[in-house]
Write a protein that binds this ligand. Structure first.
Ligand code: ATP
Length: 260
């Protein structure tokens, strides 16, 4: 096992207020982590640090054995896949779906004058097929449903064959059918030993796919609990992190939570 992500006493402040405070967290290459916590707990900020898009105010963040602030980000970025709504907003609505995925090879959104090789197109088409998107290859990104767009974002994020995959609320705003399709696809991807280490932020335990191995609960910028998923996704831990009494159940690989 190799370490892909290491947070060593990491804090991040804005305008004098601590958004993240004293985070210690390690992700190994075979891990699939889910990050949960109340609104404003700092989940997206944590993911932005893991993506090397932010620097900590204090402490050390090491991504794929490169310490942020002491390494060449241009060579690190293609090794990290990142799917988020913020990234999707940068994609031009009239961009062809095949190009949305293929442009990841050059870390750009919006095809311009970059040179693409046959191998890039073949890989983009394969990734689209794996995420049940091949019939949309020539459609405009803006014409897809929310669920289809979410799958395109993930397809794009794995186009470069990353060593670390970061997903920020991939199932947010999806209807039940689209959510289940995505959670099942993510479950089979997460269960494959060939897939990269994964970190997924979500608001709902129902969205945790099969194959996820660890969970981190954030509350007010601090780690409330972190470790193997069975030890963390419990009524006691979630009640503490969310500040209201909760019940948790598990059916096979899937979790559910409700007020107690
Ligand atoms: N640039 C900034 N300047 C000031 N405060 C910020 C900045 N970025 C984030 N924050 C604050 O930091 C806190 C954590 O934000 P973050 O988006 O990381 O939380 P989150 O857990 O992802 O929230 P949500 O679940 O609502 O998406 C919030 O209170 C937010 O308002």
């Amino acid at each position: 096992m190799a370490s892909v992500l290491e947070f060593d006493d990491v804090s991040l402040s804005r305008d004098g207020a601590a958004i993240l405070d004293g985070i210690r967290w390690n992700v190994e290459d075979t891990d699939r982590w889910v990050v949960l916590g109340p609104n404003g707990a700092g989940k997206t900020t944590l993911l932005q640090l893991a993506a090397a898009n932010l620097h900590p105010t204090s402490g050390r963040v090491t991504v794929l054995e490169e310490e942020i602030g002491h390494s060449d980000l241009a060579s690190l970025r293609p090794r990290i896949g990142f799917a988020s709504t913020a990234m999707a907003r940068r994609v031009p609505a009239d961009e062809r779906v095949l190009d949305v995925v293929m442009t990841a090879a050059h870390s750009v959104t919006g095809r311009w004058n970059e040179e693409y090789e046959d191998v890039d197109e073949r890989r983009a088409r394969r990734v689209l097929r794996e995420w049940h998107l091949e019939r949309f290859a020539d459609r405009r990104f803006g014409s897809l449903s929310d669920g289809e767009q979410k799958r395109v974002q993930i397809a794009r994020s794995i186009m470069t064959d990353p060593e670390l995959l970061l997903l920020d609320e991939p199932a947010a705003s999806l209807d039940l059918g689209a959510r289940e399709e995505l959670v099942l696809l993510l479950g089979s991807y997460a269960s494959s030993p060939d897939s990269p280490a994964m970190v997924m932020v979500t608001h709902h335990v129902e969205e945790i796919p099969a194959g996820f191995t660890h969970a981190l609960l954030l509350a007010e910028g601090r780690v409330s609990a972190a470790g193997p998923i069975d030890e963390v996704i419990t009524a006691e831990r979630l009640t503490e992190a969310f500040g209201i009494p909760l019940q948790v159940s598990r059916d096979g690989d899937r979790f559910a939570a409700r007020g107690a």
